[in-house]
Write a protein that binds this ligand. Structure first.
Ligand SMILES: Cc1cc2nc3c(=O)[nH]c(=O)nc-3n(C[C@H](O)[C@H](O)[C@H](O)COP(=O)(O)O)c2cc1C
Length: 250
């Protein structure tokens, strides 16, 4: 087992895996770590679909074109979930708060599912596994994914997580310097200095992309990210949420 420090500081996304199965005790650790995730008011507004069915993985790969989905040993799909609590509320004759009509409700479910995914990422890393979050499972064809996973109303996909024994060890990606991540007591407003630190970071990313092991590119940080999100902002997630029984009006 890696230390918590090494698990956190040496983690990279791993997209190529060996064929071997993940040992049962490692999955048990991941399950326990996910189970003990901090959640809003301990409401545990999330569920995880654990997929080892190769045919299902292939169907999900065909929808998303993310190769790691078909080669990973396990695919965990983290969902925001108000179905469970509504089942018990109905049984006990309790009135449901407007979880599925408010941004508050949507946000809570997304935070809980995301933290649960991060618990799994760290547990997997500590046990020597490779992992890769897969947002395409939420974005490219959410209705088809919901159908394949048989998701009830009140449940929607937040993110997938591919897991497997690593077959690659990618270089650590440079991240923003701590001076841009952490603000002391209040948000810093020295825009000129921030811009110069951001420019420096942009160059660090470009240099990394030009020199990293494996596939190299000339991508900087800012233009590349903006270019990606230029088309990745049109997935119509609101329509998906409507299909899943959400009607957000406040
Ligand atoms: C919410 C989320 C969605 C992501 N979706 C994908 C994805 O669909 N495909 C992929 O290859 N990587 C995906 N990633 C991985 C990121 O590209 C990766 O974390 C980022 O480039 C930083 O690299 P690192 O994880 O090696 O530090 C996703 C990560 C997050 C947090």
């Amino acid at each position: 087992m890696l230390s918590v420090k090494d698990s956190l500081l040496e983690r990279t996304s791993v997209r190529r895996y060996e064929r071997e199965a993940i040992p049962a005790e490692t999955m048990e650790l991941i399950y326990r770590a996910v189970e003990n995730t901090p959640t809003s008011y301990n409401g545990q507004q999330f569920s995880v679909i654990d997929i080892d069915d190769q045919e299902l993985k292939l169907k999900l790969y065909e929808l998303t074109n993310q190769k790691q989905i078909k080669t990973c040993n396990r695919l965990l799909i983290f969902c925001s979930d108000y179905n469970k609590i509504s089942l018990l509320a109905r049984k006990k004759g309790l009135v449901m708060p407007p979880f599925t009509n408010t941004m508050d409700g949507v946000t809570i479910g997304i935070i809980d599912a995301s933290l649960a995914m991060m618990s799994a990422v760290v547990a997997a890393q500590s046990a020597g596994l490779g992992s890769n979050c897969i947002g395409y499972l939420r974005t490219v064809d959410p209705a088809a994914v919901a159908k394949l996973l048989n998701l009830p109303k009140g449940v929607f996909v937040v993110c997938g997580l591919a897991l497997g024994i690593p077959r690659e060890h990618p270089d650590l990606k440079p991240k923003q310097p701590l001076s841009l991540v952490f603000h002391h007591n209040s948000y810093r407003h020295d825009d000129e200095k921030m811009v110069s630190e951001l420019e420096e970071y942009d160059n660090v990313v470009k240099h990394y992309n030009q020199t990293r092991s494996g596939h190299t590119t000339d991508n900087d940080w800012v233009a590349h990210i903006l270019d990606y999100y230029d088309h990745a902002m049109s997935y119509r997630i609101l329509d998906y949420l409507k299909d899943q029984g959400y009607d957000i009006n406040r």
